[in-house]
Design a protein around this ligand. Structure first.
Ligand code: C2E
Ligand code: MG
Ligand code: MG
Ligand code: MG
Length: 282
């Protein structure tokens, strides 16, 4: 909230700002109620191994089924949830739900042992003093192996927390939990920084993937990012793969993994299970 007003400090408070403030306040009230009434649902989007052409994991993406507004996009409510601290409740629930879901798929023999579940963590969650405890507790209660869990954190979140981050990442690594840097290329991390972090995967932001099917000169930074990932012993996931041309380019660039509407949109648990059961070959 304070941040939103910060920019306007030297301007006269106008009716539009008043309106915006009211809307934010309403959203916050609605969010608190949504947590009580459990209006959240987790959707799952497959991540595909590009050499095998098979689903290698899913990313859990939260959805809010608002009683009057219908589905509210996480892009709209996650920032408010972060500012108000409500994200810790939502995040804990999403992680629990996602781990439980993968465990169910394992028990139903729908998934091979190596299938992973990726869960997004915001900065605010990352700085919870009991984060590790929460994760341990979730894994214990859902009986999921730590190797099957991947956490996604953005580059900017890592930079923001600086010093304290490495220690937490190391604790995750000690447990064999995997770590991805989300939206890679949009924040900015120094390359030496990257080298010091125990990270497994770089997720190349959709904005870099989008133009690569236009012409042969449009590969931009994508080959460089893939090379950096591989030379640091990490894998690369291309986000937002939407066309066959993009997929073909990514394969020639040796990008290990892809995610995007070309393979599947995020799906509710039932449809995600159906997709998994059909063993699609991409
Ligand atoms: P993200 O983690 O980078 O997730 C990828 C977003 O790109 C998702 O949007 C997904 O639906 C969308 N996407 C996937 N493939 C394509 C494609 O081919 N084309 C296009 N145009 N978009 C694609 P979504 O689900 O709206 O989530 C937006 C952001 O909200 C996420 O970005 C993530 O930062 C945040 N978020 C979602 N769920 C959670 C959560 O449980 N916890 C936290 N902390 N953040 C979450
Ligand atoms: Mg993500
Ligand atoms: Mg992303
Ligand atoms: Mg993104």
């Amino acid at each position: 909230r304070a941040k939103a007003f910060g920019k306007a400090r030297y301007h006269v408070f106008n009716p539009a700002m008043h309106q915006e403030a009211l809307q934010l306040l309403q959203l916050e009230t609605d969010l608190r109620r949504a947590i009580e009434r459990q209006e959240f649902v987790v959707y799952y989007q497959p991540i595909v191994s590009l050499c095998e052409g098979k689903i290698s994991g899913f990313e859990a993406l939260v959805r809010w089924q608002h009683p009057t507004r219908g589905f509210v996009s996480p892009a709209e409510f996650i920032p408010v949830a972060e500012e108000t601290g409500l994200i810790t409740f939502i995040g804990t629930w999403v992680m629990r739900e996602a781990c439980q879901q993968l465990r169910i798929w394992q028990e139903e023999k729908l998934s091979q042992e190596s299938l992973t579940m990726s869960v997004n963590l915001s900065v605010r969650e990352f700085s919870q003093p009991n984060l590790i405890e929460l994760i341990d507790d979730t894994l214990k209660k859902t009986q999921l192996s730590p190797q099957n869990l991947k956490l996604e954190i953005t580059e900017s979140a890592i930079m923001e927390k600086d010093g304290s981050v490495t220690a937490i990442l190391q604790q995750l690594r000690n447990r064999q939990i995997q770590l991805s840097i989300d939206d890679f290329g949009t924040g900015y991390s120094s390359l030496s920084y990257l080298n010091r972090l125990p990270v497994d995967t770089l997720k190349i932001d959709r904005s870099f993937i989008n133009p690569i099917d236009k012409n042969s000169e449009s590969l931009g930074l994508v080959p460089a990012i893939i090379t950096i990932a591989h030379s640091l012993g990490m894998s690369a996931i291309a986000e937002g793969v939407e066309t066959q041309q993009q997929l073909a380019k990514l394969r020639t660039l040796n990008c290990g993994f892809g995610q995007g509407y070309l393979f599947s949109k995020p799906l509710g648990s039932k449809l995600a299970a159906d997709l998994l059961a059909s063993s699609p070959q991409y």
